[in-house]
Design a protein around this ligand. Structure first.
Ligand code: NAD
Length: 336
């Protein structure tokens, strides 16, 4: 491994970016992190951490200056289903600016490789209508019918990456994450995803108690623990594959099963109160990992039960530190 490589992680103040910085520092690389904000729960391990708004072209040039070899572009305006189904204009505009400027600035500054973090939200919605969904293969993103706003922008940015390879021979990698969760991830405020939101609600609940779940809870998803995500990113950056690749697990669960697993991790008896008017997103979504296995000879292997056994205690401890456990009742809910 070339320990003198200089790496830039955008979105390094966010959940996956922060974990990735830690991993790449542990591997011996020189790392610059960039974000609008510092990591929320602990200091960044990056050699340099700069607060820059990457919607701005001049800031993207600044972020990529100084002989950066590789860019992991994780910065994005995003959140859980309650966020991305509401703010289409802001999300699409902010992310289009970040991705277009980061690609071009990286190319102009001589970056050798650029990884774009896409999402399972690029997949055609008509292929996700049933809870017992067929796992999504990479080609299922076309004909295009992605999630409005966030999904359309991700699909467009994927295309842009392909054009940069086609026109400039600029090396791009494209990864489609499926629901990443783990410690040090946002668990309240509206941008949290289903596993974190459910961990929070269960931590705040009594024993026995009930929590609110958006929809009938029979909608399905697969969830990937953050260590698997980071391992996949590291492997994907060095591989030769330039087209989009799923990065997720194919352990399909209903949101009701997710609640039961969290309740088990907490050792609590939790009933579900279904709010049928809450946003649910697509009915079913799972990752087909055939191509991932083929390309990387590897796939995520941490089960949801194992991951939640690490995530729940962290969220519960955070809420306890904030003096929230035993005081407030659950009022908000989220799915995926
Ligand atoms: P996150 O929200 O924790 O991190 C994203 C970071 O980008 C945030 O810290 C945010 O401040 C930063 N950012 C936003 N706008 C910025 C700007 N204008 N300039 C600089 N920084 C800016 O999200 P995450 O879960 O760590 O996701 C990382 C990437 O993975 C994102 O591109 C996201 O779309 C993608 N993704 C994540 C998931 C998931 O389940 N977590 C699923 C699919 C795709």
């Amino acid at each position: 491994m070339n320990t003198r490589k200089r790496l830039l992680i955008t979105g390094a103040g966010g959940f996956i970016g922060h974990h990735l910085v830690k991993r790449l520092k542990a591997d011996g690389y020189w790392v610059r992190g960039v974000d609008l904000k510092n990591p929320e729960y602990e200091a960044s391990a990056a050699d340099e951490f700069e607060i820059l708004d990457l919607r701005r072209w001049d800031n993207c040039l600044m972020a990529t200056r100084g002989g950066i070899d590789e860019v992991f572009n994780l910065a994005a305006d995003m959140g859980g289903i309650g966020y991305i189904t509401v703010f289409h204009a802001d999300i699409a505009r902010n992310n289009a600016l970040i991705n277009a400027h980061m690609l071009e600035a990286s190319r102009q500054n001589g970056v050798k490789r650029f990884l774009f973090s896409s999402s399972a939200c690029v997949y055609a919605q008509s292929k996700q209508k049933y809870a017992d969904v067929s796992p999504l293969r990479e080609e299922d993103a076309f004909p295009a019918e992605p999630e409005p706003g966030y999904g359309w922008e991700k699909l467009y940015a994927e295309e842009l990456c392909r054009y940069y390879w086609h026109d400039y021979k600029f090396e791009t990698r494209i990864v489609r994450f499926h629901n990443v969760y783990g410690p040090l991830g946002t668990y309240d405020g509206g941008k949290e995803k289903a596993p974190a939101a459910i961990c929070r609600k269960v931590a705040l609940a009594g024993d026995p108690d009930e929590i609110e779940v958006w929809g009938d809870g029979e909608q399905t998803r697969s969830f990937m623990y953050v260590d698997d995500c980071v391992e996949g990113l590291v492997r994907l950056m060095v591989c030769d594959y330039r087209d989009a690749l799923n990065l997720g697990t194919d352990e399909l669960v209903t949101i009701n099963q997710l609640v039961d697993l969290v309740a088990d991790a907490a050792g609590k008896q939790i009933a579900k109160r279904h709010n049928l008017t809450g946003p649910q997103g697509v009915r079913g979504r799972n990752s087909d990992n055939s191509r991932l296995r083929e390309v990387l000879s590897w796939e995520p292997s941490i089960t949801l039960r194992q991951g939640l056994a690490l995530t729940y205690p962290w969220i519960e401890a955070e809420l306890r530190k904030a003096g929230a456990v035993g005081k407030s009742k659950n009022v908000l809910a989220a799915t995926a």
